[in-house]
Design a protein around this ligand. Structure first.
Ligand SMILES: [Zn+2]
Length: 591
């Protein structure tokens, strides 16, 4: 102990004191009880001098900190604030030509102290204005944040993005609305400093977050609970420490959404698909797995299914975090990204779960070995399992679960009854029925593609001709978005969404029990993972349409703009070339 202190140079010199040690009574130290208190410090924290004073090894106990008025204070744990080491540190502050702050010492809890010692609050003080120290300013920042959340929730945004650019006076606020990354007029030209302070204040309410303070230098995750118009909203925080500054993405999870009575039909599922899902839910035991990309609405669909379960079934959910409030369900949030204790909590939860005599369990996303094991455990125990995973088609769900990342055994997956139903879904913008126009208008004077680039009428003629050949369909039925919008759909803030009215699902499904050869194919590892739609797969094809064909069907009903189909799947030209390779006559459209 003493040896290490001597090495760190924090014992009083044996002789020749250059500066007398200032004796300090621990009771005089100011207690900083929370990060909230910390943000009220005036002068504010400027930077940790831990490295400069070569006392990094003591960072868990005490730390010299320069404040914004250039003076230096000593931050310490309660039991060290009046100790010899702190006194010696105070002496060295003077020795190095710094003025000691008044008050000179602060008492903090270990996590806050560490955050300060590691300079995790440095940029905050760089941007934290003096005004942030005062309570009214903090309230103003909190309500500015609330305003952004409310705007997003009221407009049905799935994400709120705050991209801080330290080198710019102004930073960016964007939303994901109807799957598009848009910048509403209302939040343009926001001062970088205000946005940064706002995020710092918002982080103070974080639950299950890593870090006592918002730290632009590290990746942070956590969640926030807010109320908007009397509805509970959960914000899942993920910040990226980008080169220009932190980029914070807040997923807006409106927890009551499932209770608003959206059924599968309202989400956009077709009658035959609803029938298959309901049949799968009727029988007890086995898994229903939903696949799709991030933001494809899998969780909404799952919440809708769980809500429709009868009262006499005991439902338990394990999620990270709970996304929707499901009536009658016993919901559990298990955070799984934050180290060993979280993993232990997950394992304990699962062990208890198996003794809970439930009939139905919603298991958040299967994305790693841990959740893969949980899936095997539950799906093998005779309960209904509902879950999601990332896979590019219904046919590839099994391959994804059997992949090295997840490691569910192929024999297990191929056991009849384990996989009841595999569904793949995408979300597509729904056309406003009041103002959409015939796609044939593209032949009048050309028009823009979904990428915003103008194309000549001739290009569109080819494109529509390809659609007709591929699907043997009547292209006169196709409708496209009217970019001007109408009174029914026009929004004052985001012109990109004029002519649209929410989103609709395009889906495909496989019932392994009704797909001869499917389970046998799953039992044998395939060489290389194939991507693309299920009609390139080797098992005996089901007569079901793919999600892309389902989307074309919706386009022919005038529900979606055919130009929106290609980005979510693949280009029609690629489809045509694939058909030529496989020698098939054409693609199907669900009738
Ligand atoms: Zn309209």
């Amino acid at each position: 102990m003493f040896g290490s202190l001597r090495r760190l140079g924090l014992t009083a010199p044996a002789c020749g004191l250059q500066t007398p040690i200032v004796r300090f009574a621990a009771t005089q130290a100011v207690v900083v009880a929370s990060s909230d208190d910390l943000s009220k410090l005036d002068p504010a924290i400027f930077r940790s001098l831990s490295v400069e004073f070569e006392v990094e090894a003591l960072a868990g106990r005490l730390c010299p900190v320069q404040l914004t008025d250039q003076s230096v204070a000593i931050f310490a744990l309660a039991e060290h604030v009046g100790g010899d080491q702190a006194d010696e540190l105070a002496r060295r502050v003077g020795e190095r030509g710094y003025a000691l702050a008044t008050p000179q010492r602060y008492v903090l809890a270990a996590p806050l102290l560490l955050a300060i010692a590691r300079n995790q609050v440095r940029p905050q003080s760089r941007y934290a204005s003096r005004s942030m120290a005062s309570h009214p300013a903090r309230t103003a920042l909190a309500s500015a944040f609330q305003d952004m959340v409310e705007w997003g929730v009221r407009h049905g945004a799935s994400d709120l993005h705050v991209n801080i650019r330290f080198d710019d006076a102004e930073s960016e606020v964007r939303y994901t609305l109807a799957g598009r990354y848009v910048a509403p007029e209302r939040f343009r030209r926001m001062p970088t400093r205000t946005l940064f302070d706002m995020l710092s204040v918002a982080w103070m309410d974080i639950q299950g977050g890593n870090g006592a303070v918002f730290d632009p230098m590290t990746e942070q995750q956590g969640r926030l609970s807010k109320q908007v118009d009397g509805r509970a909203v959960v914000l899942r925080w993920a910040s990226l420490a980008a080169d220009q500054g932190p980029s914070v993405c807040l997923r807006l999870l409106e927890r009551d959404a499932a209770a608003h009575g959206q059924g599968l039909a309202e989400l956009g599922y077709m009658p035959e698909q609803i029938d298959a899902i309901e049949r799968a839910m009727l029988s007890e035991s086995g898994a229903i797995v939903f696949a799709g990309t991030v933001g494809s609405g899998k969780s909404t669909t799952l919440a809708c299914l769980m809500t429709s379960l009868p009262d006499f079934r005991k439902i338990i959910t394990i999620e990270d975090p709970v996304e929707f409030l499901i009536p009658h369900a016993i919901q559990n949030t298990v955070v799984r990204d934050l180290g060993a204790t979280a993993h232990e909590a997950y394992a304990t939860k699962l062990r208890t779960l198996k003794r809970s005599a439930m009939t139905d369990v919603l298991l958040g996303e299967i994305r790693d070995r841990e959740s893969g094991l949980a899936f095997m455990d539950l799906a093998g125990s005779g309960v209904n399992v509902y879950t999601t995973t990332h896979a590019p088609s219904a046919a590839l769900v099994g391959e994804r679960l059997a992949s090295d990342f997840i490691g569910v055994s192929r024999d297990f997956l191929a056991t009849p009854g384990v996989l009841k139903l595999l569904v793949y879904q995408v979300l597509l913008p729904r056309l406003c029925a009041h103002c959409c126009v015939p796609a044939l208008r593209l032949l009048d004077g050309g028009g823009a593609g979904v990428d915003g680039r103008y194309r000549e009428a001739g290009v569109w003629r080819q494109w529509l001709g390809r659609l007709r050949r591929l699907y043997d369909c009547d292209i006169e039925l196709l409708r496209i978005r009217n970019p001007e919008g109408c009174v029914a759909c026009r929004g004052p803030q985001v012109r990109d969404l004029d002519g649209l009215a929410g989103r609709t699902v395009a889906a495909e499904y496989i019932e392994p029990a009704l797909s001869p050869g499917f389970l046998d194919g799953l039992r044998r590892p395939k060489s290389g993972v194939r991507s693309g739609s299920s009609d390139t797969d080797k098992y005996e094809e089901t007569p079901r349409a793919t999600a892309m064909e389902c989307a074309v069907h919706k386009a022919l009903r005038g529900e979606i703009d055919p130009r929106d189909i290609e980005p979510r799947f693949q280009s029609f030209e690629t489809c045509e070339r694939q058909l030529r390779l496989t020698g098939k006559p054409g693609l199907r459209v669900v009738a």
